[in-house]
Design a protein around this ligand. Structure first.
Ligand SMILES: Nc1nc2c(ncn2[C@@H]2O[C@H](COP(=O)(O)OP(=O)(O)OP(=O)(O)O)[C@@H](O)[C@H]2O)c(=O)[nH]1
Length: 193
């Protein structure tokens, strides 16, 4: 399955991918993605191997036309903003209309408020993220590529949804991504990593 990471430049898309793929945080200077990059990761979802091909897109405006071309082939989108950068949150509406325009109608979508570790610099409250996600009917969680908070959960939830969509037995109940995310967040409390 193809999963695409989108959102403003600097919100932490590359770091989130590296954290998920290698379990490490890319510290040091910020190197902006040029165009598009991808990495594969195989997950075990309920006893089935699910391969995710994760596309890391450039957030910079000048690469937007490159990104547009890839939307159509994405099965899932992780849309990120940075909780320490209000503008990246305000731009989410624009990202959502871009997604509506270019992505498949049934694309799996999740909103992520990244850099949740940076509590001193926070400028977007968790409730604001929750409210926006609710307005658009998309699952939401805060993540941190630095601490690892919810990184595994975000990708696992997406993988579960994609696997269930294509492999559901006729009498198997439908997988509910929203419910799964909410349940996992509740059991994890505030500090899952
Ligand atoms: N505190 C903190 N910093 C982060 C986190 N994730 C990323 N960063 C920092 O944010 C900066 C940008 O991260 P990137 O992952 O390169 O951002 P990007 O979204 O891929 O940016 P583009 O490639 O330009 O679209 C880097 O300096 C990272 O160290 C996080 O979870 N917490």
């Amino acid at each position: 399955y193809r999963v695409m990471l989108v959102g403003d430049s600097g919100v932490g898309k590359t770091c989130l991918l590296v954290r998920f793929k290698d379990g490490a945080f890319l510290a040091g200077s910020f190197i902006s993605t040029v165009g598009i990059d991808f990495r594969n990761k195989v997950l075990n979802v309920d006893g089935v191997k699910v391969k995710l091909q994760i596309w890391d897109t450039a957030g910079q405006e000048r690469f937007r036309s490159v990104t547009h071309a890839y939307y159509r082939d994405a099965h899932a989108l992780l849309l990120l903003y940075d909780v320490t950068n209000k503008a990246s949150f305000d731009n989410i509406r624009a990202w959502l209309s871009e997604i509506h325009e270019y992505a498949q109608q049934d694309v799996v979508l999740m909103l992520l408020g990244n850099k949740a570790d940076a509590s001193h610099d926070r400028s977007v409250r968790r409730e604001e993220g929750e409210r926006l996600a609710k307005e658009f009917g998309v699952p939401f969680m805060e993540t941190s590529a630095r601490s690892g908070l919810n990184v595994e959960l975000a990708f696992t939830a997406i993988a579960k949804e994609l696997k269930h969509r294509s492999m559901k037995e006729p009498d198997e109940p439908k997988f509910k991504l929203h419910e799964y995310v909410n349940k996992e967040m509740k059991t994890a409390g505030c500090c899952r990593s």
